[in-house]
Design a binder for this molecule. Structure first.
Ligand code: NAG
Ligand code: NAG
Ligand code: NAG
Ligand code: NAG
Ligand code: NAG
Ligand code: NAG
Ligand code: NAG
Length: 424
């Protein structure tokens, strides 16, 4: 949760930020070939978090083949981005910044409002800036469109300068966008493919997040975006999902056939926000051992936050401990972080987990909440349920990619509500 990276100790940052989820926006040729009737599909490539990269090496890196600085979108009212899966649990995307365009990889993060890229002034020899190592660095001196903004950004470990730039994403160009050039970046970013973050959170202060600028400049008509994650994790190059700007796509909604009739799953809209987060009410979480034996968490209702930058699901310590004890997960330490792993042979027989929202229940079987990671010699079956920052008193769960792989999410920015529907 990059947004919460402010005011945190480096230790916490490491825990949170290694799970950055990167979205790859494939610009130019690749994109045009999959364009349908004035919608754009941004390509997301998966990227692995740090612990997983250590497990799976060498890391395969995609190059940028083409991009389109002057978006030939005509009069678009929506935009969408095809997501290709890169490795297993993370996505990164491409934007082009400045003129001539400098391609950068960014992670789309629903828990963060700012957009930032690593600066060429980020000095990797500075212990506070080692996160820039091995990344694309943006150089404002090489851009004719860059305009300075005499304002500093400081969230503790991330520090930099605000500026204005033209940014090209998929088929759209955004002019004079307020972004941050980051000059110190914590080392947790070393293993991340993202050279920066694009915040998809709700506007919370005078800063105008990217999506709002897209709307204000008329690149997007409807103030809605949606995130679809492809559940099939088999292949690196596969479509990993889509980020749709300005609409949601019915084809990603689950259809049931009841008595031969096609019934599309109904979208449940819940009020969201109150903060910059896509936060909403969850009624309960239930572990179902069998029809007669269940265990409930978040019994009196609690808060849920969608976190597209994370692959896991977090909750209060007590609930997480109970869930992991019930599935006989044991604790291991990966990169100084506590993780829970189960015996891979047990995954298919694990109890189901249910997430309840009003009249809607999303059910996850064992294979859906266990994250398999491997290198050539070791396979780890990690529980998606991990410790978060929330206490029992202020009960908040964060729902990352594990959740998004089963639930197609629709972010209605204008009405401040989130749509949840079973994914096709
Ligand atoms: C695009 O629109 C045309 C007509 O406007 C229609 O014939 C065609 O099927 C559409 N294609 C897609 C992929 O939606
Ligand atoms: C596109 O927008 C411009 C200005 O808003 C308008 O003049 C033009 O007619 C539009 N083109 C189409 C094809 O709608
Ligand atoms: C996307 O934009 C195109 C052209 O502006 C429009 O025809 C189409 O209906 C839009 N699609 C959705 C899903 O809003
Ligand atoms: C690194 O950051 C710490 C605290 O954020 C600060 O006190 C220290 O001066 C920084 N070091 C350098 C070399 O900038
Ligand atoms: C940057 O945006 C401005 C304002 O729309 C535009 O005039 C300029 O042509 C853009 N620059 C490039 C290189 O596209
Ligand atoms: C860029 O945006 C800033 C803040 O919104 C504004 O003050 C400035 O005038 C804009 N510059 C141009 C060239 O549009
Ligand atoms: C796989 O990971 C294990 C545990 O971290 C490590 O001991 C082993 O050397 C790794 N094997 C390869 C081929 O990287």
């Amino acid at each position: 949760m990059a947004f919460q990276c402010r005011n945190m100790t480096p230790h916490v940052i490491l825990f949170i930020c290694i799970f950055l989820w990167d979205v790859q926006i494939s610009l130019g040729q690749e994109l045009n070939s999959i364009e349908h009737n004035h919608t754009m599909r941004i390509t997301l490539h998966h990227q692995k978090p740090a612990w997983e990269q250590q497990m799976n090496s060498p890391l395969y890196k995609y190059g940028i083949t083409a991009y389109n600085l002057h978006g030939k979108g005509g009069n678009r009212t929506n935009d969408s981005v095809v997501l290709y899966r890169f490795l297993d649990t993370e996505f990164y995307g491409k934007i082009v910044i400045g003129h001539p365009g400098q391609p950068m990889n960014v992670a789309f993060d629903t828990t963060w409002i700012y957009t930032w890229v690593m600066s060429s002034e980020c000095n990797v020899h500075d212990p506070n800036a080692t996160g820039c190592l091995g990344h694309n660095l943006y150089n404002h001196r090489k851009s004719s469109e860059y305009k300075p903004y005499n304002k500093k950004f400081n969230s503790g470990t991330l520090t930099g300068d605000y500026g204005f730039e033209n940014i090209s994403i998929a088929h759209s160009n955004v002019a004079n966008f307020t972004f941050i050039e980051m000059k110190t970046v914590p080392d947790s970013f070393i293993f991340n493919k993202a050279d920066g973050i694009m915040g998809l959170g709700l506007k919370a202060n005078e800063y105008e997040p990217f999506f709002y600028t897209l709307v204000r400049q008329g690149k997007i008509k409807d103030q809605v975006f949606s995130i679809y994650i492809n559940r099939n994790r088999q292949s690196y190059r596969q479509k990993g999902g889509e980020l749709q700007l300005g609409f949601y796509d019915k084809k990603h909604i689950k259809v049931d056939y009841i008595n031969g009739k096609k019934i599309m799953d109904e979208i449940l809209y819940l009020p969201a926000g109150g903060t910059s987060y896509w936060q909403f009410k969850m009624d309960k979480v239930v572990m179902v051992f069998n029809p007669k034996k269940t265990e409930e968490y978040c019994q009196k209702g609690c808060n849920a936050i969608i976190d597209s930058s994370s692959s896991i699901i977090t909750g209060p310590t007590k609930a997480i401990n109970q869930i992991n004890a019930n599935i006989e997960a044991r604790e291991i330490v990966l990169q100084n972080e506590k993780r829970f792993v189960v015996d891979c042979d047990t995954v298919n027989g694990l109890p189901k987990m249910e997430f309840h929202f009003q009249n809607k229940v999303f059910t996850f079987s064992g294979p859906k909440y266990i994250i398999k990671v491997s290198n050539k010699t070791v396979v780890l079956c990690m529980s998606a349920f991990q410790y978060g920052e929330s206490t029992e008193k202020d009960e908040t769960w964060t729902l990352g990619a594990t959740f998004l792989a089963e639930v197609y999410t629709i972010y209605d920015v204008a009405r401040k509500r989130i749509g949840l529907v079973r994914v096709a």
